[in-house]
Design a protein around this ligand. Structure first.
Ligand code: AMP
Length: 335
């Protein structure tokens, strides 16, 4: 679990702050000095995807804050909260190893603070994963949380929006960085900033950073990849390959329905192949869909690419089970 305030913290070259009061003291000084604060929210088990957000923040801001908090409210009771990988010593080491040279400054710029609050600190009214039994204040971005990921995980975005508004209230970032890997999450959070009239961050200062992939097979990096067996790992890039096939079909002028069929065909054949391995790896489609970037509406089956309709994009996204691991991925398509 996320450490309680008294729990022993790992050695770190960067200050680790565990309480909201202490963080606010630190933040006050940055405000007073007129220094910008970039913020990267994570659940830990860091990999190069997370680090790409840290690098962006270091380049854009005087300070960079990284939070590590495994948020119970975004896991349904049957999901993987208890086994979610927790690797705090390695995480702070990775964050501490990041630096960039800033012209005119004598020393390289490194992240300023790692914020690691406890569950009690973040949920003073307590928190249960059973939404029906929850008490206290929760935030929902209505109309945008029931498509794509929200269809499979109906209470997920409520949990995310609730914890992120709390984190924004604490961190008060000038800029914040979220991954395209979780595109629906990033767009919902930008809407949350707009609807709740936030200034820190201003919605236009919520930046979406491209997906970092495995250099050899394109698998999107994810903390959950650690759950995969060796055999499962071999089949994990199936989702990206399938999305890529759908993208090609779409760009060739095929309909949405036909493009998605291409993706599903590949997943089905890989699934048969995986079932025949000694481990009988189960590769199972959750969904592949195309949704409008602004409304999140599903595109009509007969829809084709029609260039010149402005620069809004289409989200081609999917989720795939490989054994007990649920993987997600997406590609942004031209209209
Ligand atoms: P998480 O720790 O999974 O909550 O992710 C924290 C942040 O890192 C989110 O904004 C994610 O979208 C982002 N992220 C996760 N994986 C990747 C990746 N492969 N490439 C870029 N960003 C990522």
């Amino acid at each position: 679990m996320t450490p309680s305030p008294n729990q022993q913290l790992p050695p770190s070259t960067i200050p680790i702050i565990t309480t909201i009061a202490a963080f606010r003291e630190w933040r006050k000084k940055a405000f007073q000095a007129g220094q910008s604060v970039g913020y990267v929210a994570t659940m830990g088990a860091l990999h190069q995807g997370h680090i790409s957000l840290v690098k962006r923040s270091l380049a854009d801001n005087d300070h960079t804050v990284v939070s590590i908090f495994v948020n119970p409210a975004q896991f349904a009771p049957h999901e993987d909260l208890a086994v979610y990988p927790r690797t705090l010593p390695r995480d702070v080491e990775l964050i501490g190893a990041e630096s960039i040279d800033v012209p005119g400054q004598p020393r390289p710029r490194t992240p300023s603070v790692v914020f690691v609050p406890s569950v009690q600190e973040m949920y003073p009214s307590g928190i249960t994963q059973d939404v029906g039994a929850q008490k206290g204040t929760f935030v929902q971005v209505k109309g945008y949380d029931h498509q794509m990921e929200g269809k499979s995980r109906p209470t997920f975005f409520r949990g995310v929006a609730t914890v992120v508004i709390k984190l924004f209230n604490i961190i008060q970032p000038t800029n914040t960085y979220f991954g395209q890997k979780d595109i629906q999450q990033a767009l919902i959070l930008r809407r949350l900033c707009r609807d709740l009239l936030l200034d820190h961050p201003d919605p236009k200062h919520l930046h979406i950073v491209p997906i970092v992939r495995d250099a050899t097979d394109g698998l999107a990096l994810s903390s959950r990849n650690a759950y995969l067996s060796a055999e499962g790992r071999r089949f994990a890039p199936t989702l990206y390959e399938a999305l890529h096939l759908a993208e090609q079909a779409w760009n060739q002028g095929r309909t949405k329905g036909d493009s998605i069929k291409e993706a599903i065909k590949l997943i089905q054949s890989r699934s048969e192949e995986a079932g025949k391995t000694p481990e009988h790896v189960e590769v199972k489609l959750d969904y592949v869909e195309m949704n409008d970037e602004d409304t999140f509406d599903e595109l009509e089956e007969s829809r084709t690419i029609s260039e010149g309709e402005g620069d809004a994009q289409i989200i081609l996204s999917g989720a795939l089970w490989v054994g007990r691991t649920r993987l997600i991925d997406n590609i942004l398509l031209r209209r």
